[in-house]
Write a protein that binds this ligand. Sequence first.
Ligand code: GLA
Length: 660
Amino acid sequence: MKPFLTGLALLCLTGLCAAAAPNGTFMDELDLSPIRQGWGEPQAKQSVAKRPLTLGGKTYERGVGLHAPGTFYIELDGSASRFSALTGVDGGVGDRGTVTVTIFADGAKVFDSGVMRGGGAPMKIDFPLSGVRSLTFSIGDAGDKNTFDHLDLADAFFETAGEAPKVVNRPPEEPYLLTPPPPAEPRINGPRVFGVTPGAPFIYRIPTTGERPMRFAADGLPEGLALDADTGIITGTIASGDKRPWDVTLRAENAKGKAERPFRIVVGDTLALTPPMGWNHWYAHYDRITDAMMREAADIMVATGMADAGYMYVNIDDCWMNAPKHKDPMRVGPARDENGVLLANAHFPDMRGLTDYIHAKGLRAGTYISPGPLTCAGFTGSYQHEAQDAKTFSDWGFDFLKYDWCSYGDIARKEKGDEAEKLKKPYRQMSALLREQERDIVFNLCQYGMGDVWTWGEEVGGHCWRTAGDLGFELNVYHAVARKNAEHHPYARPGAWNDPDYLQIGFVGDARVTGEPTPCPLTPSEQYSYMSLWCLMAAPLFYSGDMTQLDEFTLNVLCNPEVIEIDQDTLGKQGYPVHVDGEREVWTKPLEDGSIAVGLFNTGEASQDMAFSWEEAGLSGKYRLRDLWRQKDLGTFEGSFAAGTLPRHGVMLLRAWPEK
Ligand code: GLA
């Protein structure tokens, strides 16, 4: 342990101090850079407006200026004995600004300022820290706008004998596993309904957990489809003209037991009858993606059991084409051949070979392009080659296309006409072209929610649409992004899904710098909450972390079939919050069998006892409850349910069946 000498201690060593000043560290001596909340940068020794720190008419030499709202955390080594500071709204804003400060020590509230107003008297903060390992500073805007909400922590000082405190962007939390390993007996997972158009190649690997070897069977398969009994992969083509639902029974058997499950294949015009699930390379590999990495991701999807839980699309994002300029010479080259046919870059020498490889595993392949001349990362776009590209994607064997607005903005700006129509035009055009192809290609609109895309995404032929900008830029507010996405719940239905962006858990690369994958900045509890929210929202479930670094914890979050079943429910309703108060949220989602999924979230900064009432959740009478993360029946309840203590930002996800 490195002894930490502070300014005061140094003064003492040089004989200049009068009384023995306590050893310790001023907050302004700490590296404040982890405090990044999308609000004003914290300032050491000055107010956030970069003027002297002033409180109650007095100027302070030491301290930190911050802007509300936001939360930051301080890690301690247990040797600190006290924290003290003066706090209030900085004098620079006069009598404007309202701020709250709440501080938690190892989850227990130790200071609560209540609403502090500009011009008010500063408040003294002073509490013991013996044995404390983690402090949470939660700064609020007092419920009004955050203009002028400049907060000072003047003379903020940690008395400590050991290591200097460390500012971190999340409190430490050890990973914990909620879900038991899958049983050895077969369990068939995945959607209960699947859409296919007549005449299109069909491929489906029956997602099944349990010991291998396993034998599969399927009763009532439509003519034209065949099942490989060893792999459980169904392939073939259903004769054109045969539009109707087929009620199939899937069966699996191994040395330990058997399972069966109904599976309805709907031959018709609608794809993505449940939210699509898979992996997308973006948040792990950015412009480093190669053919070999895509193949490896497909291998891992099967080897880790992700495919057994229902993940099936293996999708390339941007950067597989050529760019006019790029630091990697293998990604620079001609956009198209002499006939205008789109070219992949040298990292993708054989696109058809790649999709064949993915299909041979019973999985599906996805790709990406922009309707503009260039993609968001500056690679070839489809502009003025749309029909050719739609055919190329189908010829190459792709089953999914993400169509990303990017540079199309410049084209749209120059066009005359109705603004709303201009947003729809490229999507309408490409979806019509995709429907002309031999393959079924799920169409993913990516235009960040412009023009309330949720109100017309389905009309222009989209199967799912991003409702906001890139979540990678604001991962710290994933929960707020979810609440926003949930507002669009009336528009979600089978074949038409609101997409709040990918699952960024496990190892992901920071989107702000398109970094190499590192452990995700969310706590384990937050990662369970993230997955729960996405399932309650019937969101497309695309994992976008590094497949080669999937650990036991990340797989535990990604692969619980009972949790995924909430997302994949046949009714196709999107859940939303029915209670939100800054400390606790209750979300519900109605399900096809008459049961209801209930998510109980601790959104507060400390662990707390949590409960919900029937009234809040819209329930009445007796319900049988099951804890989906732990896969445990809880019993029958009426009126309310007490979940016990949930950790900070933790969740309990329940399924409630009405008792007859
Ligand atoms: C946009 C999209 C992202 C990703 C990148 C690729 O930012 O929103 O999801 O596809 O482009 O450049």
